[in-house]
Design a protein around this ligand. Structure first.
Ligand SMILES: Cc1ncc(COP(=O)(O)O)c(C=O)c1O
Length: 383
């Protein structure tokens, strides 16, 4: 008998081309890495020390599915204060990374066959998660000429009786776009009008350069909003794998229960480290933000005066560069650019069909290397 084949749901899961570029970049000396989506700084020392101390004190066992009660309370308090709304700890589920919160949110709102609106361009994991939930990802456009923001009228047109949720991401990966308050409100109104959920990925909420972040909580739709965030980007804690989901009160216990068969509970030491991050000194948040702002400025400076920069990123640590004049697809472009100029960027096609004329640059490396990598990119496109 031949061995059985893997489940179609697993084998047909859409895969990201980021891995292809990373594999090509691996082991090449002198590479400039403009593809990496995480801060290059280490986690602040006081968080590491606190985590070590917690492990020594015995924080090495399972926790409740929803997380350590004191961490849930801390997250609820922080959100209630910053958004000026009522949030109870029961609404908070601690997850493995923001990705775990996204997975939980989609599993909670979508049944097989349901439609979930996801952004194009957007982070590729949205499509994979919706696929794994056996739901149908339906892409909405965020066009460069509109600052990579969605248009409520486009969203409205895509809503059908099968639509269960719209997934939004501000500040956005890969665009760096930050939704203004009116847009947040218009999307919230649309969700109310059509009786659908909003899953708002706010993992970059603390990396905003101009007007500040506008959350989807406190928009009059808290009975249908699931907020996704975590400590990965704000505190340079990507490897601790700690995120959280804030759900409407009636959904809190379902979100918590879903952790049992997936992760049981998020890593205990990481939960303690996150408690320290959220309750300790916050100077590192501003320090990281100002580094990313400076690098964003370098990015804009290098492309100013060309028509290669479709929009100035206002948040996160990414920007898109137009490669259309090169006359090649973004994956072919990224591969030849890497092989010829020793710089890695992410092909836009990874983020959705509309994005094949772009590549994504991450400002997560030191200023000098960043400048050099950007110059090589500009010269390569214009050559
Ligand atoms: C838009 C977006 N959401 C979520 C995540 C996942 O965050 P975490 O590392 O906490 O799982 C990322 C990571 O790159 C991201 O870019």
């Amino acid at each position: 008998m031949t061995p059985p084949t893997p489940a179609l749901r697993a084998s047909s899961m859409p895969k990201s081309a980021i891995r292809e570029i990373m594999a090509l970049a691996a082991g090449r000396s002198g590479m400039i890495h403009l593809e990496v989506g995480e801060p290059e700084f280490s986690t602040p020392g006081h968080i590491i020390e606190g985590a070590l101390q917690a492990a020594r004190e015995g924080w090495t066992k399972y926790t409740p599915n929803a997380g350590i009660p004191s961490l849930r309370a801390l997250i609820a308090e922080r959100y209630a204060k910053s958004r000026n709304i009522q949030i109870t700890p029961d609404q908070v589920t601690v997850t493995v990374g923001a990705i775990g919160a996204l997975f939980t949110a989609v599993m909670v709102v979508a049944d097989p066959g349901d439609e979930v609106l996801i952004p194009d361009p957007g982070w590729p994991n949205y499509e994979s998660i919706v696929h794994l939930a056996a739901a149908k990802p339906v892409r909405y456009l965020q066009r460069g000429e509109n600052g990579f923001l969605p248009r409520p009228e486009d969203l409205k047109r895509l809503i059908t009786p099968a639509t269960r949720a719209i997934l939004v991401n501000s500040p956005g990966n890969p665009t760096g776009a930050v939704f203004p308050g009116e847009l947040v409100q218009a999307i919230a109104d649309l969700a109310r009008e059509h009786g659908i959920f909003v899953i708002s990925d706010e993992i970059y909420e603390d990396i905003v350069f101009e007007d500040g972040h506008v959350s989807f909580s406190g928009r009059g739709i808290d009975d249908r909003t699931l907020i996704v965030s975590g400590v990965s980007k704000t505190y340079a804690m990507t490897g601790w794998r700690l995120g959280y989901l804030i759900a409407p009160p009636e959904l809190g216990s379902i979100c918590a229960a879903l952790q049992e068969p997936i992760i049981s509970s998020a890593p205990t030491v990481s939960q303690k480290a996150s408690e320290i991050a959220l309750s300790g000194p916050q100077a590192c948040v501003e320090e990281f933000r100002s580094i990313f702002r400076r690098r964003r400025d370098i990015f804009v400076e290098e492309f100013k005066g060309s028509d290669l920069l479709p929009s100035v990123p206002d948040g996160a640590f990414y920007g898109l560069i137009d490669i259309e004049r090169k006359g090649m697809g973004s994956l072919d472009f990224a591969k030849s650019f890497l092989l010829e100029k020793n710089v890695a960027v992410v092909p836009g096609e990874t983020f959705g069909p509309s994005c094949d004329r772009f590549v994504r640059v991450a400002f997560t490396i030191g200023d000098d290397d960043l400048r050099e990598g950007l110059r090589r990119l500009r010269d390569y496109i214009l050559a």
